[in-house]
Every structure is written in C-alpha cells, then in structure tokens.
Design a protein around this ligand. Structure first.
Ligand code: BTN
Length: 244
C-alpha cells in the first residue's frame, strides 16, 4: 500500500481528491494525506474538524477485483486496523462503536468514512477516509464534550508517522485475509474491540428509529438488532445510540 502518495500541506478534503484520482485512473493503494483540511467530511454529511499538524487526515484507495456486495466489510476492516495501530502506538485500547467510530472513555478519537465507486458487477474503488485526533490538546466548544485525542487520553505525544505506518501495514494484511478467507476471521478481531453486543441501543436509520438489543454482526458486517417487538432487524447503515 501507499506506493503512490499525494501529500498536501492544506487541502479541502483528502476524500474529495481521492475520488478525483480514481476518476483519473490512479493505482490500487494510492494514499492521499494532508496536514490540514479546510472542508473535511464526516459520515452523514457532517463536517470533520481537521486542524493543522495535530491529526492524521488521509484517504486510501483500494481497487479490489470484487463484486460490490463484498464492499461493506472494508469499513470494519479499516476500523480494526486503526484500533490496533492506536493500541500499539498510544498504549490505549479504543472501543469501536458500530460501524466505525473509535472511542476512548466514551469520546470520539477517530472516525472512518468509506465510500464506494462501483459498476453493477465490479468495484472500481473503495475509498477509505481516516481521521484521527492525535495530538490535539484542546477542541472548540461544540466538540469538547464529545471528542478526545490520543495525547489527551494517554498523556503523551504520539508519533503520527509511526501510527500511519502501522495502519497501512495492517490494512494491507487484513485486506489480504479478507480476499482469501472472507470476513469471518476478521469479525472475531472486530468484536474484540466492539462495544455494542448485548447492549440496549437505538439505531437512527433513514427509515426511522429502531430500538432493541444489539446481538452482534453477521459475517457480512451487518448489525443484528433484536427489536422490542421481538423481531430481528438487519441494520446496514445508521447512527447508534447506546443506552447506559
Ligand atoms: C466520521 O466519523 O464521520 C468519519 C470521519 C472521516 C474523516 C476523514 S479525515 C480524512 C478523510 N477526508 C475527509 O474529508 N474525511 C475523511
């Protein structure tokens, strides 16, 4: 991975440039990385706070030769790679909140945005945007209560270059495992970081809210929720609220 690197001091969004490079035919493993984003994007059309030098803002282009139905686990694979890399470099074990928020002490330290470009039968590119709050010491007001950084949580500065290297190594390894053996072996790893199984949750989906008990994820990465009506629901995309 990352034999083709596009580095920028300032950019609107690494994700936006990655999409453009895909259109221009960039190779598998292309990495777009910036010191600062002026228009960082989060999931569900949210913006993503991306100040200069303190975080990791990057997008990785993977071009697996697979049908589009096999794309969803890539987002979970990225979450595992980032969680493990954080554990190894910062010495803290983050929790994964389905599908791919990374939390420390209930506050968000990293987020992942996976976007797909595909034809009806083939993936053109999986574009994985990774944002990690690494060495921020302070957050602006609306974020203060919900965000943290690795240095705030661990009490020490974390080397961004090392963290990036570990993430890329793991992503490459786990993509290989996924291509050869499917998601099942990686699901076990994902579950070891995940915080939802057995908990009462509400899933805010585009079709409305569903409350119930989180059962786990399937071998395709779909969240299984047992509704209050006793019915099983398969959740493909949602914002999850965990009841404490
Ligand atoms: C989320 O939790 O909502 C996902 C956040 C993803 C942020 C990253 S930072 C690098 C890449 N470029 C973007 O504009 N967004 C992603």
């Amino acid at each position: 991975l990352a034999r083709n690197i596009h580095y920028r001091e300032t950019i609107d969004s690494t994700q936006r440039l990655a999409h453009q490079l895909v259109q221009e035919g960039c190779p598998d493993g292309t990495l777009v990385i910036a010191e600062q984003q002026t228009g960082g994007r989060g999931r569900l059309r949210r913006s993503w706070y991306s100040p200069k030098y303190t975080g990791i803002w990057m997008s990785i282009v993977l071009r697996p030769d697979l049908p589009p139905q096999m794309a969803p686990p890539f987002t979970l694979i990225a979450a595992v790679a980032v969680a493990q890399a954080i554990e190894e470099t910062a010495g803290i074990v983050p929790e994964i909140k389905w599908p791919n928020d990374l939390l420390i002490g209930g506050k968000k330290c990293a987020g992942i945005l996976t976007e797909l470009e595909a034809d009806t039968d083939r993936i053109q590119a999986v574009i994985t945007g990774i944002g990690i709050n690494v060495n921020e010491t302070d957050f602006p007001d609306p974020l203060k209560s919900i965000a943290t950084s690795l240095s705030l949580a661990s009490g020490k500065k974390v080397k961004r270059a090392l963290l990036i290297q570990r993430i890329l190594e793991k992503l490459e390894k786990y993509e290989e495992i996924y291509l050869q053996n499917g998601f099942a072996p990686l699901k076990i790893l994902w579950e070891s970081y995940a915080n939802v199984a057995g908990k009462k949750i509400t899933a805010h989906t585009l079709k409305g809210d569903i409350s119930g008990s989180a059962v786990g994820i399937t071998d395709d990465g779909v969240l299984q929720l047992e509704g209050e009506d006793g019915q099983m629901h398969a959740i493909y995309s949602a914002d999850i609220e965990i009841e404490r």
